[in-house]
Design a protein around this ligand. Sequence first.
Ligand code: ATP
Ligand code: MG
Length: 635
Amino acid sequence: MSFGSPVGSPFNGPSAASTSAAAGLPFAGMPSELAERAEEVLADEPEHIVAEVPFSAAVFDREPFTLRRFLVGHRLGLLGAVALVIVETLTLQAGPLLTQVGLDRGIAPRNLSVLWWVGTAYLASVVLNAATSAWRVSYTGRLSERLMYELRLRVFSHFQRQSLDFFTEEKAGRLMTRMTSDVDALSALFQDGLVNFAVQGLTLVIITGVLFALNVELALVTLLVVIPSMGVLTIWFRGASERGYGRVRDKIAEVLSDLSESLAGIRVIAATNRQSYNVVQHANIVGEHRNANLYASTVGAVYGPANEAVGVLGQAVLLLVGGRMVIDGSLTVGELFAFLLYLTAFFAPIQQLVQLYTTYQQGQAAVVKLRDLLGTQPSTIEQPDAYELPDITGRIELRNVTFGYDPAYPVLHGLDLVIEPGETVAVVGPTGAGKSTVAKLVTRFYDPNEGSVLIDGHDLRDVTLGSLRRQLGVVPQEPFLFNGTIGENVAFGRPEASPEEIETSCRLVGLGDLIDRLDDGLDSLVHERGSSLSSGERQLLALARAFHARPRVLVLDEATSNLDLRSESVIERALDVVLEGRTAIVIAHRLATAMRADRIAVVDQGRVIELGSHSELLAASGAYARMFETWASHA
Ligand SMILES: Nc1ncnc2c1ncn2[C@@H]1O[C@H](COP(=O)(O)OP(=O)(O)OP(=O)(O)O)[C@@H](O)[C@H]1O
Ligand SMILES: [Mg+2]
């Protein structure tokens, strides 16, 4: 990056210097010695990564997620780690060999200068080992953080890309588990798992090599005593710990799932006095988690000491056999000593490797779960050849649409409906008739099983999702507010809008009173999910958000159901202004809202059973007329 970079350079320092030059200030530019240093700093500066998340053209993770594929992109980094590991292991294992040399060539022949040399070499190897070890730990730490960053972003982007049905079927808590414990399991694997595996494996190889180089016979005897008993122990441990950790993983997912549901539903829980029941339920789940953990740690508790016992046994055998060889003169004291030291060093890696095997297994299980997750294809995907929906006039057509959330049980049966540009059509009908479903199809949250949904003659499946939703405004039946200010929530779809524009949108839907009443006005915080606002206010905010994006088509699902009569009349007037010239689908239980529409569609059991203006439908004295009569007599 050069300093002459134009405005928009992310680095303020240098560009500030050039601005001062432009402003005619005495100091223009940077002294050369400073500039050099600044270049160095910039070269070290980590690149600011802007998440490039593709959403278009059916982009999702097509390749199954595997450990190898994931790591391949980082092979240089991993090679660096391996190089450090080799130096670290070699320097560590030099110790016993130096001891042997010191004993046999220094102490036994009483040669002080050899002893000095050996001592110095020992010291050097220790220092070198400590230094590479520190470097390796921080190096692999950074490498693993990079990997984790990439993975978390990938999983999160994947969630963002999914269709609605995905979130209906998956429990939120389980999805959280993917992001927390599964990603953590992989993190543990990368952090010390893989590298440690290399360290310990290499240690074993080196030690075995040295043992055989020192004395083949003794090496054979020792390994024959040690390896079979360790093998049996290890095979048992592998099976048992696999079972144990499998259970622990399942249980932690249940704990998180129950926890997140209880937190989200706390109001209902409190209102229905279910606290104690919930505590009992959670206690059961947590109890199972504890039992699973206890089992896993019991297995570990048996394995560790048993392993040590085998180690001590090995040393006893070594002392006996090796001691006799020393007496025979076929082995030196120094060699025996080195053997004993190496044997001790032989056990640590085996124990570590077995523990690492657990880490590896957990990581592998996480990989499998992440592969399943990353392999789910959104059900409403863009065609590879999807085109941008041009600016629409807003003619909506549902042509013979059959749709069921489960295709075996259709909710809409061959529904036909045409809405002309600029027309407002109210959709009324009993609960569960399929009104919200119509709204979800028009906004392409789902695709019809049969038939098609068209806007200006374009099948929704042929156009890009982005270009479609830019021209659609939706107020869902349960509006969602984000943690942030009122202004931010309103400007959600068009964050670049000026505060004046945001305020206009708010006042238009009748939020003026609320903004005036709050001390901070538009900057007042709505707490999580808008819990600090009334549900009517939340609806108005959602309306303001939809209006604010100035879409061609508006879909309002019960957008006024929680309002009092006075607010409703404010809204009716606002709707008249906002819907002017726009195509709108207004789903409404309240017939006062419905009767103002150009036409009314009565939906029952997934079909349009009546369609016409308020007066036409009254004259037809069908279902709508009956609904209206009941409603009018209550009002
Ligand atoms: N995500 C879903 N998965 C499965 N079935 C669903 C889902 N959403 C709705 N349904 C079912 O589809 C049918 C139609 O639901 P829809 O939400 O369209 O009704 P509605 O007419 O909007 O009712 P209301 O007036 O109560 O809002 C209902 O029987 C409902 O149980
Ligand atoms: Mg509904």
